[in-house]
Design a binder for this molecule. Structure first.
Ligand code: HEC
Ligand code: HEC
Length: 333
């Protein structure tokens, strides 16, 4: 007994020390390393993962969350604006789901408070999965393995949309990407970045990008105007003003995370910038009134590419088969 207590204390001290040095290494920097998710419910994550990949939550039977937030491609669809049910052209670029748990709110205009509030939206959005919550629940209730799994996780006799969105949100909490080369550097591994990448980070700080892109997610923690020094020439929805109704919030958007930005092209709310070179040039001119030289731009882009972290890895979920009673998809109606 005594021995175990001593060992436990030693372990606690060692891990306490590791956390302490990590904090010291990154202290004073405007960007902080990504931490692994705090506490997650494994059973709920497994269920949420299935739902995330299940196209039977869409009217067509072919569209899942993963269609537009493809976890093999940085949690995005890599097209300017998403394709919805019946090949409808979406109005806005799909942001990545990676590290979205770190956002102060969800969507470009922040109209959903958190991941759970967000997750019900796309299923019932006629321009996305084009289903209804009632139909989605009917589908899940008709699949015995889902009924058992929901009961196991939530302990209730009936499946409801609240359980669906809770489980999806729990899975999304696991989609964080720690251990990027930049985070290794922050934590003290000084050879994790090349000279060019370090110069890029210095420029990113000194020219003022960090005023908006900071914190753990290098963004995601404030709403800011697009086009401070010069107006943006692309397609301009109202942004945050659509939520607050305030004129001063027009053209304000949630600052996107720059974590994994190498993977999440094309850029901006309208997906108009195809490359990081272009996005950095636009940001420099429109937000800071600064025209970067080719060399400076290349340095910043090199730095941004060091923000790619460990991508979520897991076994692709095998979805339980439909039963005779499961409502069938209607892809062509
Ligand atoms: C047809 C494509 C499509 C499908 C399917 C889809 N999404 Fe999205 N998602 C988008 C688009 C586009 C946005 C941005 C909308 C906006 O900001 O107005 C978005 C936004 C989000 C966000 C907010 C991220 C951020 O940084 O603000 C999350 C989280 C998300 N979706 C998760 C999901 C989940 C979970 C599902 C499945 C239930 C799903 N999406 C299905 C296209 C899609
Ligand atoms: C005043 C706040 C602010 C400053 C300063 C700023 N940004 Fe941004 N950044 C934003 C906002 C807001 C967006 C989203 C704009 C949109 O899509 O309409 C954005 C978008 C981006 C994107 C595209 C990300 C994506 O996923 O679409 C990149 C890359 C980027 N910024 C890099 C930079 C760099 C590099 C700098 C410094 C040269 C910088 N930003 C300075 C607020 C800022």
């Amino acid at each position: 007994m005594m021995k175990r207590t001593v060992l436990a204390t030693a372990v606690a001290l060692v891990s306490g020390f590791a956390i302490h040095t990590a904090a010291v290494a990154a202290a004073g920097e405007p960007i902080q390393p990504i931490k692994p998710p705090a506490s997650i419910n494994i059973g709920m994550v497994e269920l949420g993962k299935k739902l995330y990949f299940d196209p039977r939550l869409s009217k067509s039977g072919i569209m899942s969350c993963n269609t537009c937030h493809n976890l093999s491609m940085g949690g995005t669809d890599n097209i300017p604006t998403s394709v919805g049910d019946k090949w409808q052209q979406g109005p806005i670029n799909a942001p990545t789901v990676l590290n979205s748990s770190l956002n102060l709110a969800q969507f470009w205009d922040g109209r959903a408070a958190d991941l759970k509030a967000q997750a019900g939206g796309p299923i019932a959005n006629p321009g996305e999965m084009a289903f209804t919550h009632t139909l989605a629940i009917n589908v899940l209730e008709s699949i015995p393995a889902y009924v058992r799994e929901f009961k196991m996780v939530f302990g209730k006799d009936k499946i409801d949309i609240d359980q669906v969105t809770t489980a999806i949100a729990e899975f999304e909490k696991t989609l964080v990407t720690p251990n990027s080369r930049f985070d290794q550097w922050l934590l003290g591994k000084k050879d994790a970045l090349t000279k060019q990448e370090q110069e890029g980070y210095a420029l990113f700080k000194d020219s003022g990008c960090v005023a908006c892109h900071n914190g753990e997610a290098v963004g995601g923690n404030s709403f800011q105007k697009m086009g401070i020094v010069e107006p943006y020439k692309g397609n301009m929805p109202d942004g945050r003003a659509a939520v607050t109704g305030k004129d001063e919030d027009r053209f304000n958007f949630k600052v996107p995370t720059l974590r994994n930005v190498e993977l999440t092209y094309p850029y901006f709310h309208d997906g108009a910038a195809n490359t990081l070179t272009e996005a950095v040039d636009v940001m420099g001119r429109l937000q800071l009134g600064r025209k970067f030289t080719k060399e400076e731009n290349a340095k910043i882009v090199a730095f941004l590419k060091t923000l790619t972290g460990d991508q979520p890895t897991f076994t692709l979920p095998i979805l339980p088969p439909s039963s005779d009673a499961t409502p069938r998809p209607t892809p062509f109606k």
